[in-house]
Design a protein around this ligand. Sequence first.
Ligand SMILES: C[S@@+](CC[C@H](N)C(=O)[O-])C[C@H]1O[C@@H](n2cnc3c(N)ncnc32)[C@H](O)[C@@H]1O
Ligand SMILES: [Zn+2]
Length: 376
Amino acid sequence: MECERVQEGRTTLIVPVQDPNHPFPPASAHVFYNRRMEINRDATILFLACACPDVYLDAMGATGARGVRIGNELGIPVVINDRDPAAAALIARNAQENGINCEILCEDANTLMSRRKFDAIDIDPFGTPAPFTDAACRSARSYLFVSATDTAPLCGAHLKAGIRRYGAVPRNTEYHGEVGLRILLGFVAREMVKYDRGIQPLFSFSYEHFIRLHLGVKDGVKAAEATIGHIGFILQCPNCPFRSEVVGPLPWRETCPLCSETLAPVGPLWIGPVNEPDILDRMLQVLPEYTFGSAIHLQKLLLTCREELSIAGFYDYHALAKRLRLSPPKIGDLIQAIRTAGYPATRTHFSGTGIKTTAPLPLIDAALRENQPGPA
Ligand SMILES: C[S@@+](CC[C@H](N)C(=O)[O-])C[C@H]1O[C@@H](n2cnc3c(N)ncnc32)[C@H](O)[C@@H]1O
Ligand SMILES: [Zn+2]
C-alpha cells in the first residue's frame, strides 16, 4: 500500500495514497482516510480536552487518525481497534511515528465491546452506527461518541431504511437535518435505557454529510428514567408549516390548530437539549490553544450551537417567505423582529436559512411582512 504523510493538528499521519479520479477518493485505498472528516476529529479532540476520560477506545480506527491524535495531542491513554489487519498495521505505524504508546487491537468491535469496558468509546463506522450501538452502550462507562454518515435514512430521504435501522419514522421535512440528529439520539437513548443507564447529550451536531454525537453516560434507573423523559415526537402538519413537540407516547390524532389537518408524527426521537452550554463554553475557551485545521469552522459551529434554542425543529424562513409570496429579509432583521415581539429566536447550525423560535407561526408571518427588504 503506497502511503504519504499528512498533518492534522499537531499529529503527522501516514495515510494511503488515494486515487483522485475515484468518485469518492477515500474509498479508493485499502485503508480508509477522509480528510473532510478532520473537523469531526478536531471536534472530539477539543471535547476531550475539556472532558478527559481515563481511557479512550477508538473502536474503528482505520489509519488510527482519531485515536493517535487523541493520544498525541492530549496524552489520554488510548486503545485503537480495527478488524482489518492492514488497518491495524497502519495504526501501529502511526502510533510509532508520533511516539505514542497505545494498545492496538484487531478484532470485531462488537466482540471487543462485549468483553471489555472502556471509559470513553468512539464508534465511527462506514454509514450506520446502528449495529454497534448496543455493545457500545454496554461497554462505555462515562462517554459515548457516535458518528453516522447514513444521513439519507436518518433524515427521511430513504424512509424504509431509516425505519429498519432506527425504529423511527423520520419524514422528509424542511428541518430534516435536525430530524436525523434527533432520531439518532433517540435511538442511542433507547438502546442505553435497556440497561438501566442514561445519556446526556453534551455536544451534538450535524455537518455536511455526517452527524456526530458526544454523550455523557450515567448508571442507574434514575438516569434511565430521565433519559426516557426526552423521548417523544414532532407533530408536523402536512398542509402548513405548523409543528409541535411532545414527550411520551404518541397522542391520538392531533389536529393542526391553524388548518385543522391531522398532524403527522415524526419519531420517536430526542426532545430537549442536544448540547450542554457549559461544555461548549469551555471548548470555545480552550480552542485558541490548539492548532486545528478546522479552527475557524469549529468556532463558528460552537458559537451557533451555543446560542441555538433547544426546541425541536426550525423554520426555513426562505420557504416561509416564498409561501407568502414575499422576499426573504436579512436573517438578523427577522430574528430581531421576533425578539422585539417578545419571543426567543435564534439561528441554527443545521441551516443558514433556519430560524428557531417559540413564536406562533402567524407572528413569524407578520414579522416577514413587516420586514420586507427595501429596494437595493
Ligand atoms: C469510517 S472508517 C473509520 C475512520 C476513522 N475512525 C477515522 O477517523 O479516520 C471505518 C473503519 O471501521 C472498520 N470496521 C468495519 N466494521 C468493523 C467491525 N465490525 N469491527 C471493527 N472494525 C470495523 C473498517 O475496517 C474501517 O477501517
Ligand atoms: Zn396546518
